[in-house]
Design a protein around this ligand. Structure first.
Ligand code: DX5
Ligand code: ZN
Length: 229
């Protein structure tokens, strides 16, 4: 099944609760929650308090993408705040295997995030602890950037590693992509092997602010493209 995960980075923060409910009512699957620390990435966003505040508003999984360094100290706070999935960048942790264990021990699904220039080799020896592999198709820090085309071959490589692992272990790992995903490229991205799609500006930039159903048509258009993939 294909997962659509709108990033609330591009939502209207003055009405965040409504924005979360609206996008799920419009057919989205996960809430993608971008955490930036003005240290690992050059931007500052939201933390566990905001996760806790939106948690009662939806039963949809909250997919916390940590763009922070160091990672470990903040993991239990997000687990307590109701995160379902926590992903982090290997560059943000001194001990990647330990951080993955910490996330899983906190009761969340765990994932590694690969920047455009970060090699996939980081996943090879921790497959048993991965629930999600997330490939960045832009440099992390900002919404609204363009999809980096080299991500397509990297997705194919990640898909091959995951399929080989699933074959030998019986466990599946989600392959998520984040950055510059739009209606006009999502089918090609799916064909390269992704099965979970973060879309920030493409979703939250759609429609008129006053329309409570404003996200229905863009999410339907993304799904229609995925059906062709
Ligand atoms: C970038 C974030 C992304 C971003 C995606 O650092 O991780 O989730 O918000 O936004 P779009 O879809 O606008 O590229
Ligand atoms: Zn993200």
């Amino acid at each position: 099944m294909h997962v659509i995960a709108p990033s609330i980075l591009s939502a209207n923060f003055a009405k965040l609760g409504e924005e979360v409910q609206n996008v799920i009512a419009s057919g989205a699957d996960w809430i993608h929650f971008d955490v930036m620390d003005n240290h690992y990435v050059p931007n500052l966003t939201i933390g566990p308090l905001v996760c806790e505040a939106i948690r009662p508003l939806t039963t949809a999984p909250i997919d916390v993408h940590l763009m922070v360094k160091p990672v470990d100290r903040i993991v239990p706070d997000f687990a307590k705040a109701g995160a379902d999935i926590i992903t982090f960048h290997p560059e943000g942790s001194e001990h990647v295997d330990r951080t993955l264990g910490l996330i899983r021990d906190s009761g969340c699904q765990a994932g590694l995030v690969f920047n455009p220039a970060t090699p996939l080799a980081h996943m090879d020896w921790v497959m048993d602890k991965l629930d999600v592999v997330l490939l960045m198709s832009v440099n992390p820090g900002f919404g609204g950037q363009s999809f980096i085309p080299a991500t397509l071959s990297k997705l194919k490589e990640a898909r091959a590693k995951i399929d080989a692992y699933t074959e030998r272990s019986g466990r599946t790992i989600r392959l998520e992509v984040d950055g510059g995903v739009k209606v006009d490229n999502i089918a090609e991205i799916a064909r390269a092997g992704a099965d979970a799609f973060v879309a920030g500006s493409a979703v939250y930039g759609a429609g008129k602010d006053s329309d409570p159903q404003r996200y229905n048509s863009v999410i339907a258009a993304l799904r229609a493209e995925l059906a062709k993939a």
